[in-house]
Design a protein around this ligand. Sequence first.
Ligand code: GCB
Length: 626
Amino acid sequence: MLFPQQNEHRSLADLGGFWHFLPDPQDHGETRSWFAAPLPDDAMLIAVPGAWNEQLAERGVMNFVGRGWYETTFSLSRLDPREKRTFLRIGAANHSAKVWLNGTRVGEHSGGYLPFDIDISEGLLSGVPNRLTICVDSRLSMETLPQGIDPDAPPYNGPGFDRRHVYPPTRFDFFPYGGLIRPVHIITVGSMHIRALTIRGTLNGATHVEAEWSGEDGASGILEILDARRRSVIKVGPVLSSEGRFTWSLQIPSPRRWCPADPYLYEAVVTLLDSSGNPCDSYTEQFGYRELRVEGGKILLNGKPLYLTGFGKHEDVPILGQGQFRPACLRDFELMRWVGANSFRTSHYPYDEEVLRLADRMGFLVIDEVPAVSLGFTSDRFEDLAPLLATHKRTLKELILRDRNHPSVIAWSAANEPNLWSEPHSQSEAARRYFREVYKHVRILDADRPVIAIVTPTFSESDVSLEACDIIGINRYFAWYTDPTELEKARRRLDREMDEIFAKHGKPIIITECGVDTVEGYHATVPQMFTEEYQTEFLRMYSDVAETKPFCAGLHVWNFADFLTPQNFRRVVLNRKGVFTRSREPKSAAFFLRSYWCALTRVDNDHRPKRHSDAALIADIKPARQ
Ligand code: GCB
């Protein structure tokens, strides 16, 4: 799906602003036809984009999981649907949406965190405002991603956590925000228009571009590649299309390669010509020349081994919840750069498209994840898993089609901790087949990027999800959830376990999570959980073990910042494993990581982000003492 773009052939209206909103806890909005007329008078105001929970907390929706009705109006100048097509593009509706325009149902989508568009050309009114009604449903089930709670499953009584004691009930450890969390746009294009673009640039300058278009027959297309200063590098075409698509395979001389230290981006400009040869659409996409390979225990970016430094993150900021807000997004990148991170994982769902675009521009490497978090299987018969597998494949497809042109994306994460609950079916033959199918599907959609499987210690090296993946991600909390404060014991266990996993699978391992809850301002001179010193010592130990393993391709701290969770006795409002607080103040561990990552010899210059200043640790934020 193309990112919204304004140019001479495309016009864009951002519908962001204050809409009307009505929660529907009784679930009767649809039977009472709330879409047929303006929402009832008790509708409140809501900011779009934004999750409904925190902005309207006192109206009873903080923990509301269910349907919420959104409504706005917009006007467009008169358009002839034979010449123009108008699309409604919703950046993400968590977790499913039904859409009406002027009272008529125009489309729906299931699955949050990913964009979808609906052709609304036919139902548009001109001269009077159009009324747009969107019913967003934040409920989850065992066949959605993320999954909800299986009401029939036996409760899990693992260490300190029974999922029936979580409010709102979730299978995962982050707040279940609902609503229109990302921008909503109206996009108007010509009846002949570009629908999709795939771009691949390799180190020797081989460039493959494929464009799909819609409209009458007889279109042709022109491709121009521009460098970062918008100077033309090559221009080819017009070529005639075959079966609704154009393909160009060309060679540019010695391209400047994309890497974290020099995130150099080119632009591909595709122009669509109608049967008379007149330009009728164009679309510009940024891309980079870079190459990724997995060999034995190494991930190679442009031929050089990668060592990831960085974080598992969440999209979670006070008030906004998961809502998109550009200054908050940029702030996170600035802090990651300051601390010396070169990468992050979009745990545990696809992030806003602007995040990926910034990662390309600022030189961050991204592990891109679908919302298959704490995946659980309700049966050990493969046939019974079909509905979940279909959702999983569709979600992966939507993610990959959305993000495949980003040079920053280095791996697809197909699931996080599929075995978390030790459910009886998680290691069955059906589960093994399920993962094979999932990974095969990813490779068909994108043969150029590796698939990472991310697991807990429950089944360690024998976990069925590890067999067919390319990279192994391990989430480890030794010296926190198990053997608290025993850092030496944890070091030995981590060291042994990493060797065992590598011996069995021979694939690069990334420590994709390790961390401890830490309350800013708590201190101790001896190992004491929740103190800032314990977080630092814990991260130092994990970092030291990771660094000594040649097959370890990096470490991601859990988490970049504290984040809101559902209520349960394990969390005091937030998961506090952040190296930054929820409002982004650094804890002591941030300073430790900054110096550790800066001195890390395993991070080659090409794979290090450029910093504002590599001067003294805190000199640039604290005035020198007089
Ligand atoms: C994990 C999960 C993550 C949790 C984290 C924790 O393994 O992947 O979603 O937030 O542990 O803090 O317990």
